[in-house]
Ligand binder design. Structure first.
Ligand SMILES: *[C@@H]1O[C@H](CO)[C@@H](O)[C@H](O)[C@H]1NC(C)=O
Ligand SMILES: *[C@@H]1O[C@H](CO)[C@@H](O)[C@H](O)[C@H]1NC(C)=O
Ligand SMILES: *[C@@H]1O[C@H](CO)[C@@H](O)[C@H](O)[C@H]1NC(C)=O
Ligand SMILES: *[C@@H]1O[C@H](CO)[C@@H](O)[C@H](O)[C@H]1NC(C)=O
Ligand SMILES: *[C@@H]1O[C@H](CO)[C@@H](O)[C@H](O)[C@H]1NC(C)=O
Ligand SMILES: *[C@@H]1O[C@H](CO)[C@@H](O)[C@H](O)[C@H]1NC(C)=O
Ligand SMILES: *[C@@H]1O[C@H](CO)[C@@H](O)[C@H](O)[C@H]1NC(C)=O
Length: 753
């Protein structure tokens, strides 16, 4: 059946991954490779697996390539991860005592130590395979496959094993892996988490930066899926929020020192004072130690959830540098009874586990091995207990990710409970096998409330609802840091209300009381607008003054309404001042002079015409109409003098009348014999007239105060002069200087040419 198929597939995988087979014997089940044993385990009707990094690394070794490599010894005990594992056991024991959840079944567990992620695949496959001791007796039994796997803390290791585990439909529930990439249901069909995706954290961080007015920030991340994905979303949202990122760098705590030095020199040269550090506690530790060594102290750190609450940073040398750091982290919770449970831990509870002995020996600086001189430690005297020990393992004052482990175990238990309630009725039959894909289905639809009041459910991607505390690292005294909650963020609230600060005192970077400033350019003062510098980000700009008639009080210049004008500082619109053009000032005087000259010329032309009124040119020009036009033009020139006041519209009407008259003249002239060429002159003067008035209207609208009047007068003078010079001056020229042409004969001759 399909079950056997899965088992054989797994054995094949095990063969490939676990190592070469031992000598095969026909017709017997034989061990294909040495399965890894769980660090902590307990039998049960159903098993929940767990993978945690009790150590953060392995001893280096040189392979000979002639023998099967021996497992390398692990080093650097991680107390926080051990607390996660014991919380998982605590939750399972609590569920086993609870008659409401899975009343007829007993939950067991298998918890693996992946030794700083290097053994993660072996651990994951061992959990799926389930074949451990049973095989030793050459007896093929039903493999005790786990129903679900809790873990891992890191995003990258989780990506690694969740892809493989997903093929076997076994649910993976992580308490800490936040990479947004894990929300991809195609690649990770069985992945769930009791922590929100970084998609939300990155958005929240970008809004936080915006909230404090830091529009110019640096970004540093760890060089893994967590850091790279997290910082990418942060930068994308920051850009939408109008925040600019000065530089973005990634590095690895295990990478070369030169990379770290280069990044610190970038930080040193930069002008931004705020650094978004999307990294794990390992990277922030080395980064901060290096910046502190180089005397860079005025940095405001913004942390991602992986390090912002890690109290192991408190004890490092870099602790002072991180005072004032702020960041988001999942909400704090209480788990009643957990502290007692952790304090009662004793190596005798887990006799199989070498790790628990190692832990004990480290905490109490004594040795449990009798007669061993290896460590030269005193032997443990048996009266050690954890009750009076303060370390990361026993500390339950700030339960955040630990609570996620607790929630994950309960989620799996509720899913199993629902599965049995709906599929089998209450009579649980422990001999029936559970297809893993059914567990998956029930885990997807789980929705319950913990006794602490927290709701646990997953969305269609297996993610938890996003609600964060905003926390601030504050220094209590020289060597102690405290985590203070200063606000929160809830992604389920409407846009704009998601981020709430409560008025708690915030300690800023370097222990300062003032909000740090981190901008590329100061905001522009009223009366100016931003002008982006070429080739620089939008946050870097110059401030240029607004044009006349425009004001600004924030970022852009806006035009005042028509009857308003900008003041000198360009920060407010004021009513346009009514200014009068007087004879006193030069412009008034000049304009008056020009109108007088214009009137004088017109009168002169009138006199010339009158004196030569019997000559053919004047006669041909329709004498009465010419005199009327000249009289009108004189009035027109003179009337502009009255302007230097009121009645603008009256004059405009008058000029309109004149032009209509001209038009009529031109119309009449059309009927005269065409040898008088009147129509040509009149048309030309009309063109000038139109051009003047078309240019006048925009100039009139945009000129302030007395210039309006000046423009009006200029327009009148120019159009009147146009009429005068085009119509009459050529005729005067002929009358006075070429009298020989002023004969009927000449006129007719010209016409007949
Ligand atoms: C094999 O296992 C079954 C069930 O666990 C047991 O009843 C049987 O005695 C075992 N056989 C041998 C040869 O150990
Ligand atoms: C940091 O400052 C100390 C004392 O002010 C000085 O001795 C040291 O040389 C400085 N280090 C660097 C890298 O500038
Ligand atoms: C552990 O105990 C030994 C002596 O038994 C002592 O020399 C050593 O300093 C102790 N280490 C710590 C970390 O206390
Ligand atoms: C056992 O050792 C601890 C110190 O590690 C000491 O405080 C305690 O008194 C010792 N108990 C006995 C019975 O010697
Ligand atoms: C979860 O259950 C609560 C009541 O127990 C209900 O109000 C809520 O809508 C449920 N949520 C979902 C997503 O089904
Ligand atoms: C700040 O807000 C958090 C979250 O709402 C709340 O738990 C805390 O009590 C508040 N603190 C103060 C001092 O108001
Ligand atoms: C800018 O001016 C508008 C309208 O005059 C006003 O509503 C707004 O509050 C002003 N903004 C600032 C920053 O002064």
């Amino acid at each position: 059946g399909p079950g056997q198929c899965t088992v054989s597939m797994l054995l094949l995988l095990g063969l490939l991954l676990i190592g070469p087979p031992a000598q095969a014997e026909d017709s017997k089940c034989t061990l294909l490779g040495r399965a890894q044993l769980p660090e902590l385990s307990k039998d049960g009707d159903m098993l929940i697996g767990g993978i945690f990094s009790f150590h953060t690394g392995q001893e280096a070794d040189i392979q000979s390539f002639t023998t099967i490599p021996k497992p390398l010894p692990c080093k650097n005990v991680n107390f926080r991860e051990f607390q996660f594992a014991l919380t998982m056991i605590f939750a399972i024991e609590e569920i086993n005592r609870n008659s409401e959840i899975l009343p007829h079944a007993f939950l067991g567990y298998k918890i693996y130590n992946d030794c700083g992620t290097s053994n993660i695949m072996r651990a994951a496959l061992a959990l799926v395979n389930g074949q451990d001791q049973a095989i030793h007796s050459n007896n093929c039994t039903q493999p005790d496959t786990v129903q679900a796997i809790i873990g891992h803390s890191g995003s990258t290791p989780t990506i690694g094993f969740a892809t493989v585990i997903g093929r076997f439909h076994i649910p993976v529930v992580s308490h800490f892996a936040t990479c947004a990439c894990l929300s991809n249901r195609k690649e990770f069909p069985t992945f769930f988490r009791t922590i929100p995706s970084d998609y939300y954290q990155s958005r929240a961080l970008a809004q936080l930066v915006k909230h404090f007015g830091w529009t110019w920030v640096g970004a540093v991340s760890s060089n893994n899926d967590y850091g790279i994905n997290g910082i990418a979303t942060f930068m994308q949202v920051a850009q939408q929020e109008g925040v600019c990122v000065e530089y973005s760098e990634a590095f690895d705590s295990t990478g070369p020192y030169s990379v770290l030095l280069r990044i610190v020199s970038v930080i040193k040269r930069s002008t931004s004072k705020v650094i978004m550090a999307f990294m794990t506690h390992r990277e922030i530790k080395v980064l901060v130690e290096e910046t502190e060594r180089q005397n860079i102290t005025d940095i405001q750190w913004i942390g991602s959830d992986a390090w912002i609450t890690d109290t192991s940073l408190t004890n490092s040398k870099g602790n002072k540098a991180l005072v004032g750091a702020i960041g988001f982290v999942v909400s704090k919770a209480q788990i009643p009874g957990l502290q007692n449970y952790l304090q009662r831990l004793h190596p005798s509870h887990f006799p199989q586990s070498s790790f628990v002995r190692e832990f004990w020996e480290i905490v109490f600086n004594c040795t449990l091995a009798t007669g061993s001189k290896k460590y030269q430690k005193r032997p443990c005297n048996g009266s050690e207990n954890l009750e009076n020990v303060q370390n990361q393992f026993t500390d339950v004052s700030d339960l955040r990710f630990t609570n996620n482990v607790y929630k994950a175990v309960y989620a799996v238990a509720h899913a199993l409970h629902n599965l049995y309630t709906y599929e089998h009725g209450y009579g649980f039959d422990s001999s029936s096998t559970l297809p893993p894909w059914k567990v998956l289905h029930y885990l997807q639809t789980v929705n319950f409330t913990l006794e602490t009041g927290e709701e646990v459910l997953f969305d269609s991607n297996g993610d938890s609802p996003a609600r964060y505390d905003l926390i601030n690292l504050q220094n209590v005294d020289e060597s102690t840091m405290q985590v203070a909650t200063i606000g929160y963020y809830d992604a389920s609230l409407p846009q704009g209300q998601q981020f709430i600060m409560n008025n708690t005192n915030i300690v800023w970077g370097g222990g300062s009381k003032e909000v740090p400033v981190s901008v590329c350019s100061e905001s522009c003062p009223p009366g100016t607008r931003k002008a982006v510098q070429k080739g620089k980000p939008v946050c870097c700009y110059d401030c240029v003054p607004c044009a006349e008639g425009e004001i600004s009080n924030a970022t852009d210049c806006i035009k005042c309404q028509s009857e308003y004008w900008s003041n000198i500082r360009r920060d407010a619109c004021v009513l346009k001042e009514i200014e009068f053009l007087s004879y006193g000032d030069l412009m008034g005087l000049l304009l008056a002079l020009f109108s007088l000259i214009g009137a004088f010329f017109t009168t002169g032309v009138g006199l010339i015409f009158y004196y030569h009124r019997h000559t053919p040119i004047v006669r041909a020009n329709n004498t009465e109409l010419s005199f009327l036009l000249l009289f009108s033009l004189t009035l027109c020139f003179l009337c502009s003098l009255t302007f230097i006041a009121v009645g603008f519209w009256a004059v405009l009407g008058y000029i309109g009348l004149l032009s209509a008259l001209c038009f009529v003249l031109a119309f009449l002239a059309r009927k005269l014999p065409d040898n008088f060429n009147e129509a040509k002159f009149i048309t030309f003067s009309m063109l000038i007239f139109c051009a003047v008035w078309i240019t006048f209207i925009p100039a009139y609208v945009s000129s302030p105060g007395k210039f309006t009047v000046a423009v009006e007068i200029f327009a009148i003078l120019a159009s009147s002069s146009g009429l005068l010079f085009c119509n009459f001056i050529p005729k005067c020229y002929f009358i006075i200087f070429k009298p020989e042409k002023n004969t009927k004969k000449a006129l007719m001759g010209k016409a007949s040419k």
